[in-house]
Design a protein around this ligand. Structure first.
Ligand SMILES: [Mn+2]
Length: 310
């Protein structure tokens, strides 16, 4: 059996993949499972149980009886780690809207965008199966995905089921403060200095009468002078949203190849639709795209587009 998930893996895809790995390993002891990702995550997830069982590799050549593809709105999001012809059967589990994926390649296509995280989907699947026994390790894997994908139960996707799942997971001994420390209190000194520079670029612009956009950006020069990389900017996009009245937060990152990575957040505007204008995607209130231009041009283009919409 083979498990993989999307490129640039986050805590949800890592945690829910490991929960599946552990759930199946512990239930069917003789099952051989390869859990592989095309690249390592940007932040350290060593504390997630069985994290050391993940193989990070660009290509897998073996064949498998079953492949589970986690959180890929399109199979290409797995980064070509495997060809579907190497998998006899394929299951996909995702809480994002399908993005141009062909349904017929999956034997089971489990996509429910109403779930806040893959972790909750895996919890629900195991819970309904009555076969997999939850324990502290599986619960911790899932809790990590749940807490990060809901922004610590603060984002708009958080719902009753998120809290219900959290309650159940905590009953297996998960310590929320330990998880919080392991995820949110691991910042390097340099990344805080970078944050200061990035925040000083903040600009708030009115869009019509109702909406306000807050924009920040990071240039290659900022990364160089603070000895940081894009990996150090994980949650920067959320900061503009902290300004009173701002409904759209935008973070522009200059990338090494000269393109600009745009992250969009909102609490009231469908930014996924906006990201699509530049062939990007994501969720209704959290999306991203890449623009092939300078930061200044990207900023102008985005503000112009937003102004024309509102
Ligand atoms: Mn997720």
């Amino acid at each position: 059996m083979f498990i993989t998930g999307h490129v640039n893996p986050d805590a949800d895809v890592i945690g829910s993949s490991l929960a599946i790995y552990l759930g199946i390993k512990k239930t069917f002891r003789d099952k051989k499972i390869d859990i592989c990702f095309v690249e390592p995550p940007k932040i350290n997830f060593n504390f997630i149980p069985s994290y050391n069982k993940i193989l990070f590799t660009t290509k897998i050549n073996k064949k498998f009886d079953l492949g589970i593809i986690m959180e890929c709105s399109n199979i290409s999001r797995a980064g070509n780690i495997i060809d579907i012809s190497q998998l006899k059967r394929i299951i996909k589990i995702d809480h994002h809207f399908n993005n141009g994926d062909k349904k017929e390649i999956y034997d089971l296509d489990i996509v429910y965008p109403e779930y806040a995280s893959c972790a909750e989907m895996v919890f629900d699947i195991f819970n309904r199966s009555n076969k997999v026994k939850f324990d502290n390790e599986i619960a911790l894997c899932l809790y990590v995905g749940l807490v990060t994908d809901t922004g610590m139960f603060q984002w708009g996707n958080t719902n009753q089921f998120s809290f219900y799942t959290a309650m159940k997971l905590l009953s297996y001994g998960v310590d929320p403060y330990e998880v919080y420390k392991n995820i949110y209190r691991q910042r390097s000194y340099n990344s805080i200095i970078l944050l200061g520079k990035v925040l000083s670029t903040l600009e708030v612009i009115n869009l019509g009468k109702k909406y306000k956009v807050g924009i920040i950006f990071a240039t290659n020069e900022m990364f160089e002078t603070t000895n940081t990389t894009i990996k150090d900017t994980e949650d920067f996009v959320n900061y503009p949203m902290n300004v009173a009245g701002v409904n759209v937060g935008i973070f522009l990152k200059e990338q090494k190849d000269g393109t600009v990575r745009v992250s969009l957040r909102s609490d009231s505007i469908n930014v996924e639709k906006i990201a699509r204008l530049w062939s990007g995607g994501g969720h209704k209130f959290a999306a991203g795209a890449t623009l092939n231009c300078t930061i200044e041009e990207a900023k102008r283009e985005i503000v112009r587009t937003l102004k024309s919409m509102f």
